[in-house]
Design a protein around this ligand. Structure first.
Ligand code: AFP
Length: 334
């Protein structure tokens, strides 16, 4: 009889059975991430039809114009997790302050940090979008976490991953034992295991960066990106340039095919654009678990000590050898 592909739910239950002491809270959290993906994918598929394009007219804590879909995606995350039993704090790119569950509610032991809609500039032109999530464990189980509890190094994440809304909807995540990818089968509303133990090639042939910012980069960054355009067959150059405006989509491509994504520091923005806690750290956890690297250009992303909830960090992420090469140029060693 044809073996039916492993569904996300069965995969999570099987993984949980390997941890006899597991309470199931963690498994439920991951299953609910899948539910959020279905809700947002549904809205995105009909976005042009139900007039939810455009902006709400508000600006978020980043000072960015909030697009209706940003707000809808954020609401979906909050609705699904606020009344769950396994999350005690929610922090989002779209919310200045985290939502801390009051003491009188059943307190879960996990804290969820997320970018509910990554690539918002793509909402009105049918280009890829994503969502990024990071899971931390609350240290005490008897009180609401403080803001400080949420500002933990990337090495303390217990899970991380992303939802990719592209030609298909995918959930890709890690719990520290490799990286697994699930593709949504819309006909049955189930995520099916489509990419088991994803490994990123040690070196790629693709680079992903917004070259419109070239004039703002450090000399080392300029030299590195210039080096990728030199025609030199033995070293596999020139690389191809691919940039979608969606971190999730660009890193997903590199995760499967190899290469490098850069959002470096700039003259007027030395910390770059991307946020540490709910963009760089979770993507770094996934890429490192697949055998790649994630750096600020001078240090490992997951070792950065957070100081603020929405702090930014330069991000150089992808194939191990490509990231090491970029670090050498950025640090003036090449
Ligand atoms: P938005 O969600 O505000 O569009 O930002 C997307 C993002 O954080 C990341 O997904 C992209 O790689 C990067 O910013 C695009 O930024 P630029 O438009 O400055 O290249």
């Amino acid at each position: 009889m044809r073996e039916f592909p492993l569904t996300l739910s069965r995969f999570i239950i099987q993984a949980q059975s390997e941890h006899p002491g597991a309470s199931g809270e963690f498994s439920s959290l991951l299953t609910q991430i899948g539910l959020v993906g279905k809700l947002i994918a549904q809205d995105l598929r009909r976005a042009g039809l139900i007039n939810i394009l455009g902006t709400t007219g508000d600006t978020n804590v980043q000072g960015e114009i909030v697009k209706k879909l940003d707000a809808i995606a954020n609401d979906d995350f909050v609705k699904v997790f606020q009344h769950s039993d396994y999350v005690c704090a929610l922090a989002s790119e779209e919310m200045e302050k985290p939502i801390l569950l009051p003491d009188n509610w059943s307190q879960g032991k996990y804290m969820l940090l997320f970018d509910p809609l990554d690539g918002s500039s793509n909402t009105d032109n049918n280009m890829p979008l994503g969502a990024i999530f990071s899971v931390l464990k609350h240290s005490q189980s008897d009180c609401s976490p403080t803001d400080g509890e949420l500002m933990r190094r990337g090495t303390e994440q217990v899970a991380a991953g992303y939802l990719l809304y592209g030609s298909s909807t995918m959930l890709v995540y890690t719990v520290g034992q490799g990286v697994y990818g699930f593709t949504l089968e819309p006909g049955i509303g189930e995520y099916l295991l489509s990419h088991e133990q994803i490994r990123i090639p040690d070196k790629g042939k693709v680079y992903s960066v917004n070259e419109g910012n070239y004039h703002k980069w450090s000399p080392g960054t300029k030299k590195y990106v210039d080096s990728l355009k030199v025609a030199d067959k033995p070293s596999g150059r020139p690389y191809s340039s691919r940039y979608t405006g969606c971190l999730v989509a660009d890193v997903h491509r590199l995760l499967l095919g190899g290469g490098i994504y850069l959002y470096p520091g700039e003259a007027d923005k030395p910390d770059g654009k991307l946020r540490l806690l709910y963009e760089a750290n979770p993507m770094a956890f996934v890429v490192e678990q697949a055998g790649g690297k994630a750096s600020t250009g001078t240090s490992r992303i997951m070792d950065v000590e957070p100081k603020k909830l929405h702090q930014r960090v330069p991000l150089i992420i992808g194939s191990r050898l490509d990231v090491e090469q970029a670090e050498a140029y950025i640090q003036g060693r090449a």
